[in-house]
Write a protein that binds this ligand. Structure first.
Ligand code: MN
Length: 230
């Protein structure tokens, strides 16, 4: 055999083997759901959220959803799916999957869209999209605040992007989110506010509107814009 033929043959063999290994990976590999670190100290968002609430919310509530989510999917085909894939068919899942997958995703997102350096306004590209969909930044804020304030009982307020790239505000009960296949309006969430009492009650008691108003002081607009650009 000529040397060049030999090299070509061995490269082909290696290439084919790596392709089949990749295919196997895509078919049968469990998704590794990591428990994310809080990207700031418990007292870093004091402008809106007190340290004790942040500590309990992150270490107890969020950890609880994460642990229960892993337990709910254990041994099932859902172990091979990403959270977004689970939400896309969540109407066929049981309540434990729905509530805990939602609780895990929603909080993991919530921590990232806040920052001690937050507040102010979105960058020009996102602001233009907000103006297009709501008329102005203030009108958007008013609509978002109304959604957060009027969500009856536990739930979330959202800013999401629909399939056409337009922005819309919605609220969902419990740990539902706009990625779920059976929510009133589906989209990709770019901003979220937790309005469960556990998110604000220690500091604000029944004054949910004060909590909602202070939330703007910690919104991490660069992260929201990153999600918008996805
Ligand atoms: Mn919460």
């Amino acid at each position: 055999m000529k040397k060049s033929t030999y090299f070509l043959l061995s490269f082909t063999v290696i290439f084919v083997f790596s392709l089949s290994a990749q295919a196997q990976n895509m078919k049968g590999k469990k998704v590794n759901h990591e428990f994310p670190e809080l990207p700031y100290a418990y007292d870093a968002l004091e402008k809106a959220i007190d340290s004790e609430t942040m500590n309990i919310h992150y270490n107890k509530h969020f950890r609880g959803y994460y642990d229960k989510f892993l337990k709910a999917i254990e041994g099932s085909a859902l172990e091979m799916l990403t959270l977004e894939e689970i939400f896309a068919n969540v109407s066929r899942s049981n309540a434990a999957v729905r509530n805990n997958a939602g609780g895990f995703y929603n909080h993991a997102m919530f921590w990232t869209i806040m920052s001690p350096d937050g507040g102010g306004k979105p960058g020009p590209k996102l602001e233009a999209a907000i103006n297009k969909s709501f008329g102005s930044f203030d009108k958007f804020k008013a609509e978002f605040e109304a959604a957060a304030a009027s969500q009856f009982g536990s739930g979330w307020a959202w800013l999401s992007k629909d399939e056409q790239g337009n922005l819309f505000v919605s609220s969902t009960p419990n740990q539902d989110n706009p990625l779920m296949d059976d929510v009133a309006k589906r989209g990709y969430p770019i901003l979220a506010l937790d309005v469960w009492e556990h998110a604000y009650y220690l500091r604000y008691q029944n004054k949910r509107t004060s909590y909602i108003g202070n939330f703007w002081e910690v919104v991490n607009w660069p992260e929201v814009e990153k999600r918008f650009n996805r």
